[in-house]
Design a protein around this ligand. Structure first.
Ligand code: GDP
Ligand code: GDP
Length: 441
């Protein structure tokens, strides 16, 4: 489970970084510092009332072009917050009336539909301070705080935490990896789940799945925790007699939604089917980690080239998924099944890799220098700045002079470079191209 993300936005000088440091340092434990982000203080992991979350100070996001008007920068910071955060804390200076920039930010945030908490900062005298002017921002009741003196921060955090998405799997260790086993009927899903849950592993509990069409089993292996989402399990219980192909697709898709890593089972005798492509495409779009597992390998007559040929066929059929590792197993004999969990761990880690902004920008400059974008009608794409805005899947924003100049081939070039530098094996990556406003004019 990923932690909820809380973003702090607001005009310069309202006290965002004071609040950020207060949230991350004073009252709450700093779980971890995320290195390398601009000014080294953009992301922090924190905790309140037992709920872990990540805070972003959008004020710390710097843009390459220092000439960007402040208003445009603030708008972009708000957009990044909207894109990444589950809850947004909008900080205003309660010692002065709302400014046009406050209005602009409020409007941007309101349109997002995300929960926004209005923090009225620099309130030192709670009895005397009137906050009615701030109701006009249309964001509900302001929460008065003093970031400098640490006053009322607990109330603010209560409010923040109350907006976190309900997490029914809250008791589950956040490091637990959820594995969905998907594939056509008879490909060997039940056999694989049995093999995985058997052996020397301890089944911690049989926990009921949140849907009616899969069984979730928690287990531990070498000190790590997993939940296996078994779409074939219901049939094993005899509750569903015959499965139509169609039904098994929709069950698989729901299992994909709930998982971190997908084990996509393919039948060694049959190769990639249309149904497999559909499920793989869905997993790709959903940004999940994926391992292509070729099962029933024991049934194949092989020579030294068989595996390569299979691998090549799969790559051709699943062209959009070149990044997915393949493993040839036999659920029946247990061949290479023990390698599966190592691969699952690896892919889960790749899927949540974060790249430091400074490193990323140094590399991007190098890539552009090595292979400059071609000119288009006398104009050339300029990549101004790049930043990773999310994980699961790793998501990058590239700020450019004109997004129409970012052609497919150049985008693919950048993606290939990202992969050759950072791996992201078994994980899709997302690239968002944003145009710098002032360049448009
Ligand atoms: P940012 O630009 O929004 O990150 O703002 P800063 O956190 O850098 O704060 C701007 C100024 O406001 C600094 O001089 C802070 O000391 C001051 N400030 C921050 N919080 C408070 C507060 O609660 N009360 C008062 N009086 N000043 C504050
Ligand atoms: P599911 O419908 O995907 O859950 O498939 P099952 O696990 O029920 O397997 C379907 C059939 O394939 C069963 O008869 C299994 O014994 C057989 N099977 C599963 N895995 C293997 C394998 O690796 N090798 C061989 N030879 N048979 C397998």
């Amino acid at each position: 489970m990923s932690k909820p993300v809380v973003a702090i936005v607001g005009r310069p000088n309202v006290g965002k970084s004071t609040l950020f440091n207060r949230l991350a340092g004073g009252l709450v434990a700093i779980v971890e510092n995320r290195p390398g982000v601009t000014r080294d203080r953009l992301y922090r992991d924190s905790e309140w009332l037992g709920r872990k979350f990540t805070i972003i100070d959008t004020g710390g996001i710097e843009f390459v072009n220092e000439n960007t008007p402040i208003t445009a920068q603030m708008r972009r910071q708000a957009e990044i917050a909207i894109e990444e955060a589950d809850v947004i804390v909008f900080v205003i200076d309660a010692q002065i009336s709302p400014t046009p920039d406050d209005d602009m930010i409020a409007q941007t945030l309101r349109r997002s539909g995300k929960p926004v908490i209005l923090a009225a900062n620099k309130v030192e005298n709670f009895a005397k301070t009137e906050l009615y002017e701030f109701y006009n921002l249309g964001l509900g009741e302001p929460v008065p705080i003093s970031a400098v003196h640490g006053m009322n921060i607990g109330d603010l955090l209560d409010e923040v935490v109350s907006h976190f998405p309900e997490d029914i799997e809250e008791e589950v260790d956040p490091d637990t990896i959820r594995i969905a086993v998907v594939g056509r009927p008879n490909v060997g899903k039940s056999s694989l789940v049995n093999t995985l849950l058997g052996e020397e592993r301890v089944i911690v509990s049989n926990i009921p799945g949140t849907t009616r069409d899969a069984i979730d089993s928690a287990f531990a292996h070498e000190g790590k925790h997993y939940i296996i989402i078994d779409t074939a399990g219901m049939r094993r219980k005899g509750r569903i007699e015959e499965l139509t192909e169609q039904y098994s697709v929709s069950r698989s898709l729901r299992a994909v939604d709930r998982s971190d890593v997908i084990l996509m089972l393919l039948d060694a005798g049959e190769g990639v089917t249309e149904q497999d492509k559909k499920i793989a495409g869905y997993a790709h779009e959903a940004g999940k980690g994926i391992v292509l597992v070729v099962n029933k390998w024991d049934l194949i007559e092989k020579d030294d080239k068989t595996m390569n040929r299979f691998e090549k066929d799969i790559r051709e059929e699943l062209g959009f998924m070149q990044y997915a590792p393949t493993l040839f197993i036999s659920a029946k004999t247990g061949q290479r099944v023990t390698k599966l969990l190592d691969l699952v761990d690896f892919v889960a880690e790749q899927n949540s890799t974060r790249v430091a902004t400074a490193t990323l920008n140094t590399l991007v400059r190098e890539w552009v220098h090595l292979n400059p974008p071609p000119t288009d009608k006398g104009r050339r794409l300029k990549v101004l700045y790049a930043t990773q805005v999310g994980v699961k899947p790793p998501t990058f924003v590239f700020f450019v002079n004109d997004h129409e100049l970012m052609h497919f081939s150049y985008r693919r070039y950048l993606e290939n470079q990202l992969r050759s530098s950072f791996g992201f094996e078994g994980s899709p990556i997302r690239m968002i191209v944003r145009q710098k406003d002032e360049e448009r004019e």
